[in-house]
Ligand binder design. Sequence first.
Ligand code: TTP
Ligand code: MG
Length: 372
Amino acid sequence: MTSEALRRIIHVDMDAFFASVEQRDFPELRGKPLAVGYDGPRGVVATASYEARRFGIHSAQAMQTAKRLCPQLIVVPGRYKVYKEVSAQMHEIFHEYTDIVEPISLDEAFLDVTKNKADILLASTIAKEIKAKIRERLHLTASAGVSYNKFLAKIASDFRKPDGLTVIHPARATKFIDALRIEKFWGVGPRTAEQMHRLGIFTGADLKTKSLSYLTERFGKMGGILYGFARGIDDRPVVTEWERKSVSCEHTFEHDINLEDELKEKLRLCAEDLAGRMQRVDFTGQTLTLKVKFHDFTQITRSVTLMREQVFKADAGFIMETAERLIEAIDVEGHPIRLIGLGINNPPQDIAHGEWIQLEMDFKPWEEEVCE
Ligand code: TTP
Ligand code: MG
């Protein structure tokens, strides 16, 4: 086992999040099939209560279909402000144990508790405490998964829902993964799964028979990641929100600048610096922000966000081109500049996360590894 076996990672995921908050705040909704979402001709289900899920109702389903499946379905609009507040309260609990918390969505996060503020040895003890605090303080339930990397912790939290706690011990990981259906692997969406099936890959054990070059030739970067997953290897760190949200750099000048050529030259150096940083941490984002601080310490920022699927990559040329357009719109005449900064934020949604598929409840090959 590699040194990553020493890490202790927890994945926490609230149960039927939006629906549970509604049932908590409106007791008349408890025990009833409930969908949160827009109740119009084009409305979709954001989430459904567990009572509604028994009728086959699920997230992203057309609301009209959901109502056909369950005519007594109660539909309420979402209250995002409340969900955000609940999310912040969850994070307060997480931070009682560690500051290495990576939010994946409002109701889901990874925690690295290898070192923790409470000096608790077992991550499962921390997971239990977090679940208890969520119940006591927020009157909600969460499911938690514990393992030595993110891939397995995520699988573990989905293993028993709602209100589950599952531990995948390092010594048992390989056997667990061998039996795991390929659809359940992080990053394998329906299309990739189909392609895998055509290649005779149905389980983790099948995946493990394929070489690294075989997988990367067919699945690119994801192939390499899956090669590791099949062997229980996932060394992605838990990245805090602050680290993940942006990459930036600032240059303060020895003397204030007011010549356009000089300014552009400084901007170019800054763009190169930024691209280098992005490359080092493998970061892309959709928004570029320019910060300009003038000699009198007043400051302005200007941003541009790219359309849907475009991102700023570690490409100094493109960053510079965009930054130049931003700076041209600023009136620098008679306002010497003492600092410029460039930053990229707004990373695109994690594709792998978007393709995540629920683990079926009847999949229980490692009963002895389930500690509740
Ligand atoms: P999930 O954690 O995927 O779902 P959930 O918490 O409702 O249910 P589970 O018990 O299976 O974890 O998503 C969290 C919230 O995000 C969910 O309550 C509503 C919202 N959401 C959407 O708005 N659209 C979607 O397609 C999905 C999947 C979730
Ligand atoms: Mg959830």
